[in-house]
Ligand binder design. Structure first.
Ligand code: EPU
Length: 416
């Protein structure tokens, strides 16, 4: 298993380019199931999850040519309607094949995702929505078995805002008979990007980016080409990396409008931000002030940035109360930060960070994808050397992170 070795100290400076959004790429790839015509996707991130989705699609019948950040997927016929446990346990987003398989092939068998390092992550809202559209759903031997004669449009209210739940239902509704209304939808840019792609494929969709999405089902969808949006979480991670080192970093090829909650918070801590059309420059170096953080669905502060900003708050002066509203167990990184010298106390969904603390290098373990990024930021400012274990979490969703950070001046290397 690979590890990262990081020597702390120094400011980051220079330019970093953001890749495509993992969480927009995965649903875009799953959307290929909805049509026999080819889908050409560009700006996919070069990360492990994209390969996992490729293998899953190939397993169920796609021919998928992935070439760097471009991919062509043709899903002429279905070889299997099963997403097996081995694939789903690697990547929960595998559940995104459920809606499209049901909509086009009228059956699907998808392993239940099971436990997760960041909290309970049920898929009941995906299943309830599909059931309202006419699917018969049974859970048997750890699998969701779903079938239908046809999916019919329905009015569906999500009790909790769910990103992949909204995406699954959006894809199912695109080929369902009649009109579907989805209420209390996720408004994340990744959901909007999926709707834009589906519309290019011929779907009739209105309201993406708002709480209510209306879909009028069509009989079939067609070929399309699409550029996946830039990864706002990757961009946000480099924003936090620049600020924590008091550096001067320009993050290019990003969408500043997708990062308003992140940049607003950063400005409140005292860092300077300059927004361009497709870039953000972060100028740190002044005193960092603590700030409370609440994670919540978009457009609020993303849970996927919580660990990285917790690292930042260990270097800010004062108390910061970080409230995790989305997942009920997303503080696994706290113990690792504390091993590096951070002063953080957790009570239920709140973490209280007292800063600034001098961090010192240690051997730590990544517990999930975003926790890995948080630990890297802590290591970059820590005194001495840190080794981070279980880097495979990082590889699932960050493209060439060591290279990108090294180019900004970080001392980071991978130990095979
Ligand atoms: N929830 C339910 N029932 C459901 C679905 C969700 O109770 O049927 C609850 C969850 O337990 C959670 C909340 O709703 O408390 C929100 O979960 P959501 O469904 O929105 O999460 P997700 O779709 O599984 C996506 C991202 C995550 C990101 C979350 C929140 C993808 C592939 N994954 O997950 O990304 O944290 O939305 O924004 O889009 C990551 O990239 O590191 C990552 C974990």
């Amino acid at each position: 298993m690979d590890r990262l070795r990081i020597r702390g100290g120094g400011r980051l400076a220079g330019v970093v380019r953001v890749g495509g959004a993992k969480n927009a790429a995965l649903p875009a790839m799953a959307a290929s199931i909805l049509t026999a015509a080819p889908l050409r996707l560009r700006n996919l991130p070069e990360v492990a999850d994209v390969h996992t989705m490729q293998h899953l699609l190939e397993h169920i019948g796609a021919s998928c040519t992935l070439n760097g950040s471009a991919c062509e997927i043709a899903f002429e016929d279905c070889r299997s309607t099963e997403a097996p446990y081995e694939m789903v346990k690697k990547m929960r987003a595998s559940v995104l094949v459920l809606g499209p398989l049901l909509a086009r092939f009228r059956r699907a068998r998808v392993s239940l995702p099971g436990g997760c390092a960041i909290g309970d992550r049920p898929i009941n809202l995906h299943l309830e929505g599909l059931a309202r559209m006419g699917a018969q759903i049974e859970i048997e031997h750890g699998y969701v078995n779903a079938c239908c004669d046809a999916l019919r449009g329905a009015s569906i209210f999500f009790e909790t805002v769910t990103v992949t739940g909204t995406e699954n239902l959006l894809m199912a509704a695109a080929l369902a008979e009649g009109r579907t209304e989805l209420h209390n939808c996720a408004r994340e840019p990744e959901v909007v990007d999926l709707a834009v792609l589906l519309r290019k494929m011929g779907a009739d969709i209105d309201g993406e980016g708002t709480e209510t999405i209306v879909v009028r089902g069509v009989r079939e969808l067609k070929a399309a080409e699409h550029d996946v949006i830039p990864d706002r979480i990757e961009a946000g991670t480099y924003i936090a990396a620049a600020a924590i080192t008091g550096g001067d970093v320009t993050i290019e090829r990003c969408r500043p409008d997708h990062l308003d909650a992140v940049t607003a918070l950063l400005e409140a801590t005292g860092a300077g931000i300059e927004r361009g059309q497709t870039s953000i420059r972060v100028k740190g170096g002044g005193p960092l002030l603590s700030h409370d953080i609440h994670t919540a669905p978009y457009p609020h502060f993303p849970t996927d940035m919580q660990a990285q900003f917790m690292a930042l708050m260990t270097q800010a002066t004062g108390l910061s109360i970080i409230t995790e509203e989305i997942f009920n167990n997303r503080f696994m990184h706290v113990q690792e930060f504390c091993r590096m010298g951070a002063d953080i106390h957790v009570a239920e969904r709140r973490a209280v960070v007292r800063g600034p603390t001098k961090l010192s290098g240690a051997s730590v373990m990544a517990t999930d994808l975003r926790a890995s990024a948080g630990l890297i930021l802590a290591a970059i400012v820590a005194d001495g050397e840190t080794t981070i274990d279980r880097v495979y979490h990082l590889d699932r969703g960050y493209e060439h992170m060591e290279q990108k950070l090294s180019a900004l001046g970080a001392h980071i290397e991978r130990i095979k």
